[in-house]
Ligand binder design. Sequence first.
Ligand code: GRF
Length: 218
Amino acid sequence: MDKASLVVLISGTGSNLQAIIDAIKNNELNAEISTVISNQVSAAGLERATRENITTHVIEHKRYPNREFFDQALMQVIDPLKPDLVVLAGFMRILSDNFVEHYRHRLINIHPSLLPKYKGLNTHQKAISNKDKVHGASVHYVGTELDSGPVVIQAEVPVLATDTAETLAKRVLKEEHKIYPLAIKLHIEGRVTFDDGQLKLDGQQLTRPLLWKNNQLS
Ligand code: GRF
């Protein structure tokens, strides 16, 4: 089987990008990252990509008059690469409906909460303030509303009485690094599909997200 082609969009540290790179190197993912795009010139993830000889592009959103123009510039770089999957990995920009529709069914994101809980920012603090017992992360296909779209996998982590937003974020991030490559694998192997508004696993409708807990998928 041909390698799946991925384009990864980042804004920052790129630890999820690194997890995907590592999964490819370990032959856990039959894929290659054709390009990493960042909207921030200072994103540390760009160095991770360069170290691995992956092509990088910086497209600074602030150089564009509005979201539509910025998203057009992204598409102009992405489209010729014909990616099987566009992977948002800590990409801190809201994308236009146009962009989301353009890559519908092949645009995926990771969000640090158990969606639909806590869309947007400061998710770890919200979980602590609400005295949640469990928190986590979700990998989902991207819909036009913020942090919406069908969730493929969620990872649960316990919230400890001693947790701060930082300690909790660290624990969640560790699980993100497991579930993101896993979700990408399920997509590129065609096991998970999102077509005609239906999320399916092995041809069967998935009525709840797959759950990653205690290092196991259920
Ligand atoms: C992760 O927590 C991800 O869920 C969120 O942004 C963070 C990115 O981290 N969308 P990194 O850049 O992958 O290290």
